[in-house]
Design a protein around this ligand. Structure first.
Ligand code: GDP
Ligand code: ZN
Length: 358
């Protein structure tokens, strides 16, 4: 498959300084195994190591290549391992705290275009959890789409979809059944060739069943890839980027399955743009929206108290992370967040005005 098929586009092209490299070209990371990365490009697929330069940069805090990354790979003949020279800037990234005590982020999925936030319509239906995933998704840069699964097991799918639409203001909400295939036609627009998807959601909502249906009858299981590494050892690893029959790409990494909300302040702001826009009108700038006089959030009366509570909870979590992270680095981010707050508010207010006109 060509790099176009793997999702290459003008965004990444713009970062490629092609003339710098002899015997080198762009490739996408489709699996990883400790310090080896499985890369796919116009040449086919192979395992690659990080170049000395990249390792040095990573030791100094830059990111290692992650699943979904576009990298520049250099080849030195059939007998030696390909070398990853560079990780191209990411269009989106899902991150989590690194294992261990250090509060450091680790990229678990890069360059995802659309995240299908899956939730089940049966007993487990929980808009609060979706808000959390939504925040995480806004933070990543991927576009969220809400997928309500198990429509076959629910009598009031429409009502629940409407409830979800109130939580996920302006978002697409799709009702499907992975068991019967109902509603899958509505996912077509996200299944374009070269378009990268992830499935996010709690355990049991039906992500694997959806993945299997998307992958089709032929490729049911996540099959291990067996390869020899450069030292001739036999290693087993699991593919993390799959090609769907229509040409879209489905990313499935262990990290994504265990993802927790992490440093997603501006994601929280976007997911709760309605509340955030009210909070801007509170009398006190440091209003905690608990019992303060002149609190616009409390006096609105139109907000679902559970939603407000979840918003507060997520903000508290963000505060916790913020205190743990390097204060200087956070300062730089602060101005950016201010802009994001402003943009999210304006977007929300515009939508309110547009809705008012209709
Ligand atoms: P995951 O943990 O999110 O990957 O969820 P699974 O795909 O493993 O599904 C969890 C359970 O829900 C399994 O017993 C599935 O058979 C069931 N399930 C998945 N999709 C549907 C659906 O559309 N309808 C019904 N009734 N059950 C489903
Ligand atoms: Zn307030």
């Amino acid at each position: 498959m060509s790099i176009i098929g793997w999702g290459w586009n003008s965004y990444f092209e713009a970062f490629l300084r092609g003339d710098d490299w002899e015997n080198a070209g762009p490739a996408r990371v489709v699996a990883q195994q400790r310090k080896y990365w499985r890369v796919a490009g116009d040449f086919g697929e192979c395992w690659a190591e990080a170049s000395g330069k990249l390792r040095l940069a990573a030791d100094e805090g830059a990111d290692w290549p992650a699943a979904g990354d576009w990298v520049v790979v250099e080849f030195h003949g059939a007998d030696s391992t390909a070398m990853i020279q560079e990780v191209l800037p990411r269009r989106s990234k899902f991150v989590r705290k690194s294992p261990g005590k250090k509060m450091e982020e680790q990229v678990i999925a890069a360059n995802v275009d659309t995240a299908l936030l899956v939730s089940a319509l049966d007993g487990d239906f929980n808009p609060r959890r979706v808000e959390r995933y939504l925040a995480q998704c806004w933070e990543s840069g991927a576009r969220p789409v809400i997928v309500l699964n198990k429509a076959d097991a629910c009598e009031e799918a429409r009502g629940k979809a409407a409830e979800m639409e109130r939580v996920a203001i302006g978002m697409s909400v799709r009702v499907v059944s992975a068991r019967t295939g109902q509603g899958f036609g509505e996912l077509e627009e996200f299944l374009r060739p070269g378009h990268t998807l992830v499935l996010l959601g709690s355990s049991g909502v039906g992500k694997s069943t959806i993945a299997n249906r998307l992958l089709g009858q032929t490729v049911q299981e996540v099959r291990p890839v067996r390869e020899s590494d450069s030292k001739g050892r036999h290693t087993t690893t699991t593919r993390e980027l799959f090609i769907l029959p229509g040409g879209a790409l489905l990313m499935d990494t262990p990290g994504l399955r265990e993802m927790q909300l992490w440093d997603a302040e501006h994601g929280v702001v976007q997911a709760f743009a309605d509340i955030d826009s009210l909070a801007a009108q509170c009398r006190f700038g440091d209003c905690r929206h608990e019992a303060e006089p002149g609190c616009a959030v409390l006096s609105a009366g139109t907000l679902d108290p559970a939603r407000v509570e979840n918003w507060r909870k997520l903000l508290r979590e963000q505060e916790f992370f913020r205190r743990k992270i390097d204060p200087e680095a956070r300062q730089e981010q602060k101005e950016l967040w201010k802009q994001i707050h402003r943009a999210a508010r304006q977007k929300y207010q515009q939508r309110q005005r547009d809705e008012g006109k209709r």
